[in-house]
Design a protein around this ligand. Structure first.
Ligand code: KIV
Length: 290
């Protein structure tokens, strides 16, 4: 009899469609490295996104704009190595897909080949709809992202909710419908009034994942560092903190700092010892050194 547990089945797009049809909520979270991927897997999430929010959460940039393809690939490959079951989405960074279909396909293929993603995510409607269609035709599953699109936040007037007037809401809905027509498999909708999501849902067949978009979407996504309280300062209105990891980490490193300075750490139980008699032999050998 084999002692190996059966490998966990990778979640598929078909599974997500079945969840949507059954009204089962889909859970997505971001991750940026191997340990966060393992935590997401063990917690049972359905989808992991290596978001370009990595630019801010782990790389210290002040927006998502500067992060490069190579930086994203390194983080995404680390996440891949930590995942078995959840679907993995790679976020194509700003400037890596917009200029032409050829550039979009070449970038997305790197994410598939070098980082093992299942889908790639691109932001906005407009010309991104053409890029989405080209990627789908090239055999690469795509996630669209509408509403607040952080890569072009400056053009949207900053990090603020979108679709607040009826006309602006129609623009968000038009983007979503155009992306669905282009063949995207999944849609992220960020920072819109809940009425906009409620109006959009009956119009779409693909699963919709909300972030700051109310409770009507098929699922929710939050940034790992936001939900675990691993940041300094205020979070967006829609973030719920489920832990205070920054506080716990700060307390731990401060206690270590204090104990090293006071000579409390390392204690006897943290030290290696030579076998019986070896310390005496060492002293003897040292006495012979001229
Ligand atoms: O980059 C990111 O983390 C995202 C999510 C907020 C959806 O795009």
């Amino acid at each position: 009899m084999s002692t190996h547990a059966a490998p966990a089945q990778r979640i598929t797009l078909r599974d997500l469609a079945a969840k949507k049809d059954a009204g089962e909520r889909i859970v997505m979270v971001t991750a940026y490295d191997h340990p966060s991927a393992q935590i997401a897997e063990e917690a049972g999430v359905d989808i992991v996104l290596v978001g370009d929010s990595a630019a801010m959460t782990v790389l210290g940039y002040d927006s998502t704009v500067p992060v490069t393809v190579d930086e994203m690939l390194m983080l995404t490959a680390a996440v891949r190595r930590g995942l078995t079951r959840p679907l993995l989405i790679g976020d194509l960074p700003f400037g890596s897909y917009e200029a032409s279909d050829e550039i979009a396909i070449a970038t997305a293929q790197r994410f598939v080949k070098e980082a093992g993603v299942d889908l790639v995510k691109i932001e906005r409607g407009g010309t991104t709809v053409d890029r989405a269609r080209a990627l789908v035709n090239a055999g690469i599953p795509v996630v669209g992202h509408v509403g607040l699109t952080p890569q072009t936040a400056t053009a949207l007037g900053g990090y603020r909710a979108q679709g607040r007037t009826a006309e602006a809401a129609v623009a968000v809905i038009d983007d979503a419908l155009a992306l669905q027509s282009a063949g995207v498999s999944l849609l992220v909708i960020e920072a819109v009034p809940s009425e906009v999501t409620a109006a959009l849902m009956p119009l779409l067949d693909i699963p919709v994942i909300g972030i700051g978009a109310g409770a009507d979407a098929d699922g929710q996504v939050l940034v790992f560092h936001d939900l675990l309280g691993m940041y300094d300062g205020a979070a967006a209105k829609f973030v719920k903190r489920y832990a205070d990891l920054r506080g716990a980490a700060l307390e731990g490193v401060a206690a270590y700092t204090d104990e090293v300075r006071r000579g409390v750490y390392p204690a006897p139980e943290h030290r290696y010892r030579m076998p019986e008699g070896e310390a005496a032999r060492l002293a003897e050998l040292l006495r012979k050194i001229p």
